[in-house]
Ligand binder design. Structure first.
Ligand code: G3H
Ligand code: 13P
Ligand code: ZN
Length: 287
């Protein structure tokens, strides 16, 4: 059942658990997420980046997710979301296609520019009943920095700025930087829990954690206690998919040319990973 992301996040926040926002890139990943959600009785968010929209077609990918969700898991709340939109144009395009939730990522701009553009985008989206996530501070990416030498202070969300940013932009959720990084990297030895608590006290909206695909259970539950309502998961799914594919090809003496068998097995590996994440986030049985 396609459900507004805002509603899924608000329910999770009230219920004291978190949901997964899983990145899809194709049919196999989409079906894996939908089936995992159904089997776990869990609400989920399925999201796409601009690159995925280019790869699969923005409209095509949207219709794929919508159709799979409605047909295979009609009883499960499933939100569809644009992840890391970097411009007004991509948000307009998502709105035209039918997405009811978008992220505008102005995290690499100055505070003032990020605030100004996010505010304009929020006004545009709220008129169309589309909810908006923005990012303050910045979550680094594997490859762009040498994580061993990273100056985390440069990336962190400032709680005082967060209060002003949320009040002026009227966004619906906020992606925070507390020592997290995109990809499987050796992150900050401990997330900045104190900072997260301060952000949570300063703003009264769901907080989103990007780049925590590789976080172990202990850390996950500590940040849920301090206001994290949603975890974005991409790398863990890509790794499950690709590793399974490599293994299948290597293990076969005569490689099967039945693409459905190869991709079907990879899909099962992704589904297993999604189910593990749902368990850790605490959203099992919350549909
Ligand atoms: O944070 C989002 C993704 O991990 C980056 O994905 O390669 O589809 O832009 P992308
Ligand atoms: P990972 O790549 O670490 O899974 O992070 C995903 C993410 O933040 C997508 O927005
Ligand atoms: Zn992200």
């Amino acid at each position: 059942m396609i459900t507004p992301v805002k509603e899924i996040l608000e329910r999770a926040r009230k219920g004291g658990y978190a949901v997964g926002a899983f990145n899809t890139v194709n049919l196999e990943t989409t079906r894996a997420i939908v089936e995992a959600a159904l089997e776990m009785g869990s609400p989920v968010i399925i999201q796409m980046t601009e690159k995925t929209m280019e790869y699969g077609g923005g409209r095509g990918m949207y219709q794929l997710v919508k159709n799979d969700a409605e047909f295979y898991a009609p009883s499960i709340p499933i939100g569809i979301h644009l992840d890391h939109g970097h411009s007004f144009e991509i948000v307009e395009r998502a709105a035209e296609i039918g997405y009811n939730s978008v992220m505008y990522d102005g995290s690499r701009k100055s505070f003032e520019d990020n605030l100004e553009t996010t505010k304009k985008i929020t006004q545009f989206c709220h008129d169309k009943e589309i909810s908006v996530q923005a990012e303050l501070g910045s979550v680094p990416y594997l490859g762009e920095v040498n994580v061993g030498e990273i100056d985390w202070d440069k990336y962190m969300t400032d709680p005082v700025q967060a209060e002003k940013f949320v009040a002026e932009t009227e966004i619906d959720s906020l992606a925070v930087a507390i020592g997290n990084a995109h990809g499987f990297v050796k992150e900050r030895s401990e997330p900045d829990y104190e900072r997260l608590e301060k952000i949570n006290q300063a703003v009264n909206i769901p907080l989103i954690l990007h780049g925590a695909s590789d976080w172990e259970n202990g850390r996950v539950s500590e940040v849920i206690k301090r206001g994290i309502t949603c975890f974005n998961v991409d790398t863990a799914l890509r790794l499950a998919f690709v590793n399974n594919l490599i293994k299948s090809v290597r293990e076969q003496e005569n490689v099967s040319f039945d693409v459905r068998k190869l991709l079907g097995d990879a899909r099962e590996a992704v589904k297993k990973t999604v189910k593990e994440k749902i368990k850790i986030f605490g959203s099992e049985g919350k549909a």
